[in-house]
Structures are given as C-alpha cells and as structure tokens.
Design a protein. Sequence first.
Length: 156
Amino acid sequence: MTASLHLIDGPAGAGKSAYARKLAAELPALFLCRDLAMAELFTATAPAALDPAWLAAKAAQCEGHLWSVAESTLAAGDAVVLNLGPLQPHQRQAALFRTRGKGASLHFHQPTGPLADRWARVQVQTSPHPCPPVDPTGFYAPPTLDELAAAYAMAL
C-alpha cells in the first residue's frame, strides 16, 4: 500500500464525516475525525457555558494529536482519511507540507450539498452536544486552483 492522506474538507453540514467513513472503508484507510474525537474526549468536561477560548484550545490539542497519529500512519506506509472540519487555505497548505514530509500523496475531497440540507444536518449533529451555534456558511474557504494543482502535482 502507498502512503496517502485523504483530506476531507467542506462547509459545515456537508456530510464530511459520513463521506470520510465510507472512503476509509473502501480504501481501506485509518479514519480520523476531529469532531468525533472532540465529542468523545471533551464533552464530559466541557463547561456549561462554552468559552470560545476553551473550545479553540481543545480543538488545537485534538488536531495536534490527530496529526501525530496521521503522520505515524503515513510513515508506516498506510493510508489516512483525515476530517478536521471546514478548512482555511493555511491549514490545507500545512497539510500539503506535512504530507510531503512523509513522502505520501495528498488527495483533497470536498463533499458539499444544498445549504438547506447542510443546515438541517448541523442542527441534528449539534443538538446532543454542548457547542456554540454553528453557521453552515462560515469557517470554510474552498480550495483555490493553485492548492488543487499543488496537490495534483504531488500525486504524480
């Protein structure tokens, strides 16, 4: 098997986690998801009134750990499906450098869907967990053509 990172990116409620699970089963690959890890690790200890600074610190801690696991898996020559939620360009750039550093290929995946469907998913996903309100149009910046070209060139 060739080491490869499949980075799942897209707006809130786009079905990234379901897509990532399915892709990981098909490849096969290790499935890592920030939102699921955050819920598992921090829901029980979350303050009643969520503090954005607390949430940001926990998200950074979780992402650091997921990257550590992903890089170890890539170094072993295996595939990883990584869902860190909606990404910004600097995060995709960091993924490109980290993946190149392990001699692995990088593949961007962007599930999406109609805004009404995404909003309905967000409401269902966040209802059982304490979390701040989520805007399904926020946080996400689609990959630029330059980003996609860099990832494609890396895969050649």
